[in-house]
Design a protein around this ligand. Structure first.
Ligand code: KIV
Ligand code: ZN
Length: 388
């Protein structure tokens, strides 16, 4: 089997994620989280948008002083002031990257920028050139790329590479695309953009239609070798591609995609929880990978299957993402096998007749209680012994 291709993980929790409602962090918190991201094994950390606030400038500087191994990136519009602000913020960083962007779609050109195609092109080239004069690692993003004329994307990306961009990012800014569409776009861009091989192509998918992870995987099939993500999927509106979901999709189905990431997946849960603690923004119980129900089983048939072989209802192990174990939740849907197993784990070895009686009591308790805890089970057994 050939060696899997490395997909770079570009984490934007501290920029795109942090700028969304309810997720803001102060510089000290950002610094703590940046360390956690480095431990997790991300390739690039976008530390912020230094020209946008004093806090972003301060946070980027603090992170740059701290982390030597990970590439650190700051966002800038294609303006001298923004670009120079990133250079100042990351001055002293071991591996600085300047990320310049400009909107390219007709809607944004006409209503947001009030610029013609040629003017956007000229600003993009000037922005990349200025950034490249300051650092060797320059990313160029065409904001709202998925609603931009394809010929214009080919033209502007070719020009950006000629001007020195080393990463070409294709953002689905409003979460509008679908997997088949974005895969085809990446394939065609890599075939049509001049000197495409001189740059890494990157996907940046928003989740407005709940497709950010699926679209990012499809982009990888189309040739993307950098994916932009945020922990817990935080980000503008419905968020960005969730780091933990993308990383586990690649780990679980990597053979199909022929790629891997450098993410230390057993750290996923604690990183997710750290972000919740820092921002106060919790994840829903049924969130893939890091939600409380992600490895919890209640239905009798599932619990029975799981007791025979974990693979029956788990495609990845809880330990592989940082959970201590699978959780068998005892409730109305549970069967006798799971109740018996839990009792054995608590040290009770019951004969079949006693177990049947305890199970009847358990069912009765479930009429009034959603989840039966170990202490409840203990009472049920001890009641049984007393009466028996
Ligand atoms: O969604 C977007 O287009 C962005 C760019 C600035 C990369 O976040
Ligand atoms: Zn974005």
């Amino acid at each position: 089997m050939s060696t899997p291709d490395h997909v770079r993980i570009f984490d934007t929790t501290l920029r795109d994620g942090e700028q969304s409602p309810g997720c803001s962090m102060n510089p000290a918190q950002k610094r703590v989280f940046a360390r956690a991201l480095a431990e997790l094994g991300v390739d690039v950390i976008e530390t912020g948008f230094p020209a946008s606030s004093v806090a972003d400038m301060e946070a980027s500087r603090a992170i740059a002083a701290d982390l030597r191994e990970t590439t650190l990136c700051g966002l800038a519009r294609c303006s001298d002031g923004d670009i120079d602000a990133v250079a100042r913020a990351l001055d002293g960083a071991a591996r600085p990257r300047i990320h310049v962007f400009i909107s390219t779609s007709p809607l944004h050109r006409e209503h947001k920028l009030k610029l013609s195609r040629d003017e956007v092109l000229a600003r993009a080239v000037a922005g990349v050139e200025r950034a490249r004069a300051l650092v060797d690692d320059v990313e160029f993003s065409a904001e709202d790329a998925l609603r931009t004329e394809e010929d214009f994307l080919v033209e502007i990306f070719s020009a950006a590479i000629a001007a020195g961009a080393t990463t070409i990012n294709v953002p689905d800014t409003v979460g509008y695309t679908t997997p088949g569409e974005i895969r085809g776009l990446f394939e065609r861009l890599r075939a049509r953009v001049r000197d495409a091989d001189r740059a890494i192509f990157s996907a940046h998918c928003h989740n407005d239609l709940g497709l950010a992870v699926a679209n990012s995987l499809a982009a990888v099939e189309g040739g993307a070798r950098q994916v932009e993500v945020a922990v817990n999927g935080i980000g503008e509106r419905a968020g960005n591609c969730a780091l933990e979901e993308f990383a586990m999709a690649v780990r679980t189905r990597g053979a199909y995609y022929g790629v891997d990431t450098g993410i230390r997946t057993p750290r996923l849960l604690e990183t997710s929880r750290l972000l919740t603690r820092l921002t106060g923004m919790a994840v829903q119980r049924n969130k893939a990978v890091v939600g409380a129900n992600a490895f919890a089983h209640e239905a009798g048939i599932h619990q029975h299957g799981m007791l025979r072989h974990r693979g029956t209802y788990e495609i990845m192990t809880p330990e592989s993402v940082g959970w201590p174990a699978t959780q068998m939740v005892l409730g109305r849907h549970s069967g006798r096998a799971a109740v018996g197993e839990r009792l054995r784990a608590l040290g009770y070895v019951l004969d079949d007749g006693t177990l049947a009686q305890v199970f009847e009591r358990f069912k009765a308790l479930c009429e009034t209680q959603r989840v039966v805890e170990d202490a409840d089970l203990q009472r049920l057994v001890e009641g049984e012994s007393a009466s028996g």
